[in-house]
Design a protein around this ligand. Structure first.
Ligand SMILES: Nc1ncnc2c1ncn2[C@@H]1O[C@H](COP(=O)(O)OP(=O)(O)O)[C@@H](O)[C@H]1O
Ligand SMILES: [Mg+2]
Length: 314
């Protein structure tokens, strides 16, 4: 199979820089969510089957269930509207990719989900953000951010050992610091789930900052996983990484989706096609189109989506 590596979506490159999307979908073997495999009762509130079955990394069925949703969410910086009336669900059991050209509001939408946006004084939000049927505003913000973890473009491990990085959130949690013996199995488990254990098991006291970029990013995933998040937000997590690290992180993301709802912002359409079950295309703050990855890439409904996934702009 021939899959071109990351092509820049921005800049002056001709449309031919981006391979035709039909080819990507076929070759990446993206498995669209099959609605209706579960023969349970339909949910009248949503007008569709409440339970869906997706597919895991081995093609095994994965339970899909709502964790978060936004309702008519708008965010403005001063009088500039960055996110406009976005309603979207975030489900465990699937990877949701937010795609769209630079500046269209992907990061703003992502950062709103764990209330990082409110650290920007000019940002104003309207609309609702729900985590497990409760408004995110009702949560203690530290608790919210451990349930809804976030990773950024640049890995940001703390200047301490591998072990202490992963244990950090657990130690911060209670008033009494847990003993190392109690933390150890949780740290090992988080490193295993983040796909880093085999590379670091011989020396957990090694400084985190001495790891490679790809290892640091997986360490940050492990640090998030250690506090048992329900949702993981990834903002272009591979854009600073080499192709091999990128591929390891992509595998890790697909492995994790059965336990954690994953939302990934990526400028890389091939990456979205490889790992996403559902894709949401944003343009100038609008949620133009969202749907199963195979549909958005293979048969986009909106012209703006067609133009973007066909490489027409971005
Ligand atoms: N802190 C900020 N202050 C003012 N404007 C911002 C801020 N962050 C983002 N914006 C603006 O909001 C819009 C959306 O930005 P962003 O969410 O970063 O988009 P994306 O992640 O899709 O590139 C852009 O026009 C950007 O300039
Ligand atoms: Mg961004």
């Amino acid at each position: 199979m021939e899959l071109k590596e990351d092509q820049p979506q921005n800049g002056s490159g001709p449309a031919a820089d981006v391979p035709p999307l039909r080819r990507i979908v076929v070759e990446s073997e993206t498995v669209p969510i099959r609605v209706g495999d579960y023969a349970g009762p339909p949910d009248p509130n949503y007008g569709r089957e409440p339970w869906q079955v997706g597919a895991g990394s081995e093609g095994e069925p994965v339970w899909v269930e709502e964790r978060m949703r936004t309702e008519d969410l708008s965010i403005a910086y001063g009088d500039k509207r960055a996110v406009k009336d976005v309603t979207i669900e975030v489900n465990s059991g699937e990877v949701l990719a937010l795609i769209g050209p630079s500046g269209c509001g992907k990061t703003t939408l992502l950062r709103s989900l764990n209330r990082l946006v409110e650290l920007t004084p000019a940002a104003k939000r309207t609309g609702r953000i729900i985590l497990d049927d409760q408004s995110v505003d009702d949560f203690d913000v530290t608790q919210l951010r451990s349930r809804v973890g976030m990773l950024f473009q640049q890995p940001n491990p703390f200047p301490m050992s591998i072990f202490d990085n992963v244990a950090y959130g657990l130690r911060e949690r209670g008033s009494k610091k847990p003993r190392k013996k109690i933390l150890e199995p949780i740290v090992v488990d988080a490193l295993e789930r983040a796909g880093l254990w085999d590379e670091v098991s011989s020396n957990l006291s090694h400084p985190a900052l001495a790891l490679s970029g790809g290892q640091q990013q997986r360490l940050c995933i492990a640090r998030s996983l250690a506090v048992s998040p329900e949702v993981l937000l990834l903002d272009e997590p591979c854009s600073a990484l080499d192709p091999i690290s990128t591929s390891i992180i992509e595998d890790t993301i697909v492995e994790l989706k059965s336990e954690v709802a994953i939302v990934i912002v990526t400028h890389n359409l091939q990456q979205a096609a490889r790992i996403a079950d559902r894709v949401a295309f944003m343009y100038l703050g609008d949620m133009v189109e969202q749907g199963a990855a195979g549909q958005v890439f293979g048969a986009p409904r909106e012209e703006r989506t067609q133009d973007y996934v066909g490489g027409g702009f971005g």
